[in-house]
Write a protein that binds this ligand. Structure first.
Ligand code: ARG
Length: 472
């Protein structure tokens, strides 16, 4: 046991209590952020005259070498230490001697961990957006390829009106674009530096909090020291954004699973992104899509866990808050791999255009257009709706499509039907005439694609400059 706080104690910590209390098993992931933050703190103490130049130099050299050795694998982070902060400080003292003991001047583990988590979260938010970007690029290129690929649009999972595959995929482009917007918003809000808040009430040393904030690439220091050490809103916002991303991925996965079913046959998954059955040789299962759908519950759980952990905590820091990490790390890892695998699966699957088009032409997806045809000829819409309803019933009986009937048969339902009806209710016309903004018609989808490309051009992550700390 190597702890930072032995002085006040006369007895040993119970072994189980020590392990229960320790966070090194999971906060070791924050070692880079912890070292970056420590270097910034040391440089600021030097600038403020709290540390002599030579002292700060030794501390920074020690920290940099610890970072290098951990990365090289020659310095393992073991459970001998309580947490990552103790690990770094103990190793610093081992390397730099007594001067290492001065690093923690004007700092508490409470503002230290708050800083580490913000730095880590910022880089993960940007990483999530990078993955989302490549998913959005994949969707956009499929949209460009499938402007003319007809398919049925559904409501209640019943065929409703014909659309194009580009249009259907465009809906997901919008969802993931909003997801990116959420990441952008929360990143701006979290980008404040809690370092200098101390345990809860700041410190009597003349710290320059603006200086450390700038060094670490923050927009400025946080404004209230008690809030700084007890705020985890940014994690909750990020977990919420991750949960919504998973909800979108899950809906898309559900469609992939349906499209991949024998009955639909709209797509064929690439071998690289599907798996077989141990007993049924004919199987090619959409396991990746199913797992993405399944892991959505896990990420929601991570969000719920932290919301629940935080809900009754008095100000300021409480050890409960150490529980902010494992679920959060789990969510970040889960969503990252889900976006990347989903993107690969989507980019490699094959769409069966003929089957999609055939499906669109069956199931009366042109019934609305047939009613609209009669409206143009002068029939009030409600009457037209009734006429086409009876016509559909007749077709169901005959097991045929509206377009399969002869003009004579059509005329028995309404005298307003004429030769031009066949052109008017063809799949091509049904989609081609839907030109309102955001609709699937050719000009409308061209506009949507062009706008989507422009939206993708704007990369908000570039405004976050790397921190000036050497370990980057
Ligand atoms: N491991 C702790 C956490 O993750 C670090 C902060 C400890 N602070 C304290 N007062 N014990 O929250």
């Amino acid at each position: 046991m190597a702890q930072l706080w032995g002085g006040r104690f006369t007895g040993e910590t119970n072994e189980l209590a020590w392990r229960f209390n320790a966070s090194i098993g999971f906060d070791c992931r924050l070692f880079k952020e912890d070292i970056e933050g420590s270097i910034a703190h040391a440089k600021m103490l030097q600038k403020q005259g709290v540390l002599a130049d030579a002292e700060a130099g030794e501390i920074v050299r020690g920290l940099t070498s610890i970072y290098a050795d951990v990365v090289a694998g020659s310095l393992p982070i073991t459970d001998k230490y309580e947490d990552v902060h103790s690990f770094v400080e103990a190793n610093l003292i081992e390397r730099a001697g007594d001067v290492g003991k001065k690093l923690h001047t004007g700092r508490s583990r409470n503002d230290q961990v708050a800083l580490d988590m913000r730095l880590y979260t910022r880089s993960q938010v940007i990483e999530t957006d990078k993955r989302l970007r490549s998913l959005r690029e994949t969707i956009l290129s499929l949209m460009k390829e499938h402007k003319d690929t007809m398919m049925p649009g559904f409501t209640h999972l019943q065929k409703a009106q014909p659309v194009t595959l580009a249009h259907h995929l465009g809906a997901y482009f919008e969802m993931f674009t909003r997801d990116s917007g959420r990441l952008k918003d929360l990143c701006a809000r979290l980008n404040e530096c809690p370092l200098g808040a101390g345990a809860l009430a700041g410190t009597t040393y003349p710290l320059d909090r603006d200086f450390t904030a700038t060094l670490l690439g923050f927009s400025g220091p946080t404004r209230n020291s008690m809030d700084s050490v007890s705020d985890r809103d940014y994690l909750l916002e990020y977990l919420s954004a991750l949960s919504i991303i998973m909800m979108h991925l899950s809906r898309f996965s559900e469609e992939i699973i349906i499209w991949n079913s024998n009955e639909y046959g709209f797509i064929e998954l690439d071998d690289a992104y599907s798996t077989g059955s141990s007993i049924m040789p004919q199987k090619k299962n959409p396991d990746i899509a199913e797992l993405v759908r399944g892991k959505t519950g896990r990420v929601y759980g991570d969000l719920m866990q932290l919301l629940t952990t935080m809900k009754g905590l008095p100000l300021a820091y409480n050890k409960d808050m150490q529980e902010d990490k494992e679920g959060f790390f789990d969510a970040v890892d889960t969503v990252g791999v889900c976006i990347t695998l989903f993107t690969g699966m989507l980019a490699t699957l094959k769409f069966n255009k003929e089957r999609m088009e055939k499906s669109a032409s069956m199931g009366f997806t042109n019934a609305t257009d047939a009613a609209d045809y009669l409206v143009v000829k002068g029939v009030p819409f409600r009457d037209a709706h009734g006429i086409i309803g009876r016509l559909v019933l007749h077709c169901i009986d005959k097991n045929c499509a509206i377009d399969d009937l002869s003009l004579e048969e059509l005329k028995t339902f309404s005298e307003y039907f004429d030769e031009d009806v066949f052109e008017a209710i063809s799949l091509k016309t049904c989609v081609g005439k839907r030109l309102t903004k955001g609709a699937p018609g050719p000009e409308a989808i061209e506009t949507e694609i062009a706008e989507s490309a422009k939206i993708l051009d704007d990369d908000w992550t570039s405004q976050y400059t790397a921190s000036e700390i050497p370990v980057k």
